[in-house]
Design a protein around this ligand. Structure first.
Ligand code: GDP
Length: 178
């Protein structure tokens, strides 16, 4: 038997979406490898990263998909969304436009992913100085509540809230599928 593989109880596909340069790749690197790569585009072309963890005594392989830059050409394909049990919509707290596009990403998700896909809204780059901030946390929390999404600010750079955000999302997915 193939060591490791046979012990997986669930594979959860999670997709990460949002405008270009909001920090999707770095959030994924932080969660799957606990690193922040300075040459940020090292993962281009890689479809997903995985991390295996235990939830409620089950071995869960989280398969986290990165758009790998496709979003720049508005060419995120339906194959990207197919079978996604969870999704993270990411914006950058220092760029208001990326927050204004959240509704569009949520619509895109709802159109392509399954109706039961669990969606989290993540305001990344929370480490940036207050003077650079263009989106207040309570405004994003309100939007998340209206849309029925879990919300958290996070920083892929410092690692703040990244683990918690992914784990909360995976827990919610677990509750849906188990
Ligand atoms: P993507 O295009 O959404 O995948 O964004 P990247 O992960 O490539 O990040 C875009 C830029 O934002 C890069 O220069 C990163 O170093 C930077 N970045 C990503 N996450 C953070 C963060 O949490 N804080 C700060 N200050 N910069 C970040």
């Amino acid at each position: 038997r193939w060591e490791g593989e046979a012990e997986i109880d669930y594979v959860f596909k999670v997709v990460v979406v949002g405008d270009s340069a909001v920090g999707k790749t770095q959030l994924l690197a932080r969660f799957t490898r606990d690193e922040f790569a300075l040459d940020s585009k090292s993962t281009i072309g890689v479809e997903f990263q995985t991390r295996t963890l235990t939830l409620h005594r089950k071995r869960v392989k989280a398969q986290i998909w990165d758009t790998a830059g496709q979003e720049r050409y508005r060419a995120v394909t339906s194959a990207y969304y197919r079978g996604a049990l969870g999704a993270m919509v990411v914006y950058d707290v220092t760029r208001r436009a990326t927050f204004e596009h959240v509704a569009r990403w949520v619509e895109e998700l709802r159109a392509h992913a399954d109706g039961s896909t669990v969606v989290a809204l993540i305001g990344n780059k929370a480490d940036m100085p207050a003077a650079r901030r263009e989106v207040a946390a309570d405004e994003a929390a309100r939007l998340a509540e209206e849309q029925g999404l879990f919300f958290s600010e996070a920083s892929a750079l410092t690692g703040d809230n990244v683990e918690r955000a992914f784990l909360t999302l995976l827990e919610e997915v677990f509750a849906v599928v188990s």
